[in-house]
Write a protein of this length. Structure first.
Length: 218
């Protein structure tokens, strides 16, 4: 991931880039998941590939600790009642509107939401004005949201309607490839949006560095 970040910020010095890098301790190790990373396996990936992994540890002032914000695990949090409008536990970032729509249908699965979990938001620019999403998020308690990096980034950085107070995980959809065989981070435009206005959104980057938000690659 650091290589992709370097491509996004070629004008930065090594020191400046280090301030923007995603710490390795904030990237979920999903190597234990050996099954397919196709959409029909996403529910199981979230339940078994992320939620059942050991909690990440962090070191601060010479002491090792487990960030309280990643406990309970992702699956359990998704099945709990949402606490505040527009504040998802999970963000799933995909490169195209159609893919986002497909992912959103999966995130609505009862195996993830249970009986109490919040709704799954669908966030992309095609067919939806920014103001519509702002209005929806300000009145809706959501457990998860799938979106394109451009729309999610605007909601994070320009409107404040998408909150990070409950956010514990961001999944990047890098297994899906478009007609030109490119994934989310291969396309310069979406790569820049991912690193500049999603992962690079001030409150998101702060949460990642503090160990409150984990990044997973699907």
């Amino acid at each position: 991931m650091s290589v992709m970040q370097a491509k996004t910020f070629p004008e930065l010095s090594a020191l400046e880039l280090s301030d923007r890098l995603i710490p390795e301790t904030s990237i979920v190790d999903t190597t234990q998941w050996t099954e397919s990373r196709s959409l029909d396996r996403l529910v199981d990936f979230i339940i078994k590939g992320i939620s059942l992994l050991p909690c990440p540890t962090h070191v601060m002032n010479g002491q090792t600790f487990i960030p309280p914000s990643v406990i309970p695990r992702l699956h359990k949090r998704l099945s709990q009642r949402s606490k505040a409008p527009g504040a998802p536990t999970l963000l799933f970032i995909a490169g195209a509107a159609l893919r986002v729509a497909d992912v959103t249908r999966v995130l609505k699965d009862k195996r993830l939401r249970g009986d109490k979990g919040g709704d799954a938001a669908k966030l992309f620019a095609k067919h939806f004005k920014l103001e519509e999403h702002v209005s929806y998020l300000r009145r809706s308690k959501i457990g998860s949201a799938a979106g394109t990096p451009g729309r999610v980034g605007k909601l994070l950085c320009e409107t404040g309607a998408l909150a990070v107070s409950q956010l514990t995980h961001i999944i990047l959809d890098i297994s899906f490839r478009d007609a030109k065989n490119r994934n989310l981070l291969d396309i310069p435009e979406t790569r820049e949006e991912v690193f500049k206005i999603v992962l690079g959104a001030p409150k998101v980057l702060e949460g990642i560095k503090e160990g409150k938000i984990q990044v997973a690659l699907f």
